[in-house]
Design a protein around this ligand. Structure first.
Ligand code: SF4
Ligand code: FE
Length: 484
């Protein structure tokens, strides 16, 4: 079975026995939990769209490992076209969910680990790449969701892993056995962990020779003994727990999530270890994963941006201001910013190249420029959306009041905009904008745009490294006729 249906995916999650804590309680049935379910629905969309013939070319491809049809989220990119289609797929998924669909982190980890293990083997005569290829075949054949886990809690940012007061602040090997290793530590901001089958762990920073025990990459099932996930809070999250809630959620069906995931002495068998002690390659792995994920945002955030722009245009229609020239101009600006982000995602894909292992990697400079813009433009797009929506977006009465026989008719009457538009539609679209700019989806559209795949300064470091300033100086000297 190379492609699971949405239902098969949901059933496969039910079979897992993950330890997930939320509000201090162990969650018995995460699949049906009202706070978790919208995020599951977003991942399920990646399965649903892959079954739809009209999206076949974008959502699926042929595995270079098995020759079989696979979901593109499980693909090892074989060409520039693959990189471009990846971004298109992410835009599509963002358009369909209006939120984070979580499955990209694993895809980006696959491609970074694939190329890095090849180069580690070349240097150290290890066999990580073959192991990883076997693992990828397992992932593809079972159409799995794999959580890519990179970010350690990091403790004192000024100290390397081996100098931390608490050595577990970076995930590390605490015991070596004949058949594998035991690891301890944690990974923060784990997007989609609860909706995943497996977790693929990578180191989070460039490491030195004294950090050998921390230079570890491996994959295990998410319900392996010792793994505990603590579910992250989101703005307005408890609205999802209200009885019969619909309108007040803004986006009733979809969402995203993050966890703090603890590895409390977790055993990893040898065949699932993909880096162990080769500290000089941790930087390469981090850089490549970050590069792929910075490209990813040029797809997913653009798709979500499409929804926000559409919602803003509808709000303008419903408010009766669609013809005002400043409203038209604001919508044009939103489109311009959104398409600029898309251009960056496509550009770093078009300028991609083959790695030594044969898979394709994005242009790192352009991927970092892409993400740097992502740390800014969604904020401006959100500002314009709030400007167009008007203050009602944050002062409207609740859905319960709207449905109340006594006060509901007042809301119906006094919150009416254009006469032809039902008040409920106006409320619904304003709640959607609230959800994306201030509510639970703002986690993905705003703050994650800032910090996900590395905070702005991380991109600036890469831009300074890749920016070829010396060769630019040479260009200027040539034209100005300056001789050294
Ligand atoms: Fe995918 Fe975007 Fe969510 Fe990252 S933030 S997992 S790239 S949808
Ligand atoms: Fe992310």
């Amino acid at each position: 079975m190379a492609l699971k249906t949405r239902e098969e995916y949901i059933e496969s999650l039910r079979a897992l026995n993950q330890k997930i804590y939320l509000f201090g309680e162990l969650i018995e049935n995460p699949v049906e939990h009202p706070m978790i379910r919208p995020s599951l629905n977003s991942v399920a969309m990646t399965y649903e769209l892959a079954q739809d013939p009209q999206y076949e070319g974008i959502m699926t491809t042929t595995s270079h490992l098995t020759g079989k049809k696979v979901n593109r989220f499980c693909n090892i990119h074989q060409s520039k076209e693959d990189l471009i289609n990846k971004v298109k797929m992410q835009r599509l998924c963002g358009q369909k969910t209006g939120s984070c669909f979580q499955r990209c982190v694993g895809m980006d980890a696959f491609n970074a680990v694939y190329s890095t293990t090849f180069e580690v083997d070349e240097a150290y005569k290890t066999d990580y790449h073959e192991r990883f290829k076997k693992y990828m075949i397992y992932v593809q054949e079972n159409d799995l969701v794999v959580d890519g886990a990179m970010t350690d809690p990091k403790g004192d940012r000024g100290l390397p892993p081996n100098k931390q007061a608490d050595k577990d602040l970076f995930l590390r090997v605490v015991e070596r056995r004949e058949d594998g290793v035991v690891v301890r530590g944690a990974k923060a901001h784990q997007t989609g962990m609860v909706n995943s089958h497996e977790v693929l762990v990578m180191p989070t920073i460039t490491m030195g020779p004294d950090d050998k025990d921390w230079a570890i990459s491996f994959a295990v099932p998410v319900d392996t003994e010792g793994i505990i996930s603590i579910y992250g809070r989101q703005s307005c999250d408890t609205r999802k727990l209200e009885k019969d809630v619909d309108i007040d959620l803004g986006n009733h069906n979809f969402g995203g999530h993050e966890t703090l995931t603890i590895f409390d002495d977790v055993f990893v068998p040898n065949e699932r270890i993909f880096l162990d002690g080769e500290t000089d390659f941790s930087g390469m792995l981090v850089e490549r994963f970050a590069g792929y994920h910075r490209q990813s945002y040029g797809g997913c955030k653009v798709g979500v941006g499409d929804v926000l722009i559409g919602a803003s245009a509808l709000a303008a229609d419903y408010n009766g201001v669609a013809k005002a020239s400043h409203i038209k101009d604001k919508l044009i600006e939103m489109i311009h910013l959104n398409e600029t982000l898309y251009s960056c995602g496509i550009a770093c894909s078009c300028e991609g190249c083959s790695t030594k292992s044969g898979n394709y990697q994005i242009d790192l400079l352009l991927a970092n420029v892409c993400k740097q813009n992502i740390t800014r433009y969604p904020y401006e797009i959100s500002r314009l959306a709030e400007d167009i929506a008007g203050g009602l977006m944050v002062t409207m009465p609740s859905e319960k009041d709207f449905k109340d026989p006594k006060v509901g008719p007042y809301i119906e009457k006094y919150l009416k905009g254009a006469a032809s538009v039902p008040t409920e539609n106006r409320i619904r679209i304003l709640r959607l904008i609230e959800n994306m700019t201030l509510g639970s989806a703002a986690v993905g559209y705003r703050t994650e745009s800032m910090h996900g795949a590395g905070s702005p300064q991380a991109q600036r470091i890469m831009i300074s490294r890749q920016g070829k300033l010396e060769s630019k100086k040479k260009l200027a000297k040539n034209i100005a006729k300056i001789k050294d």
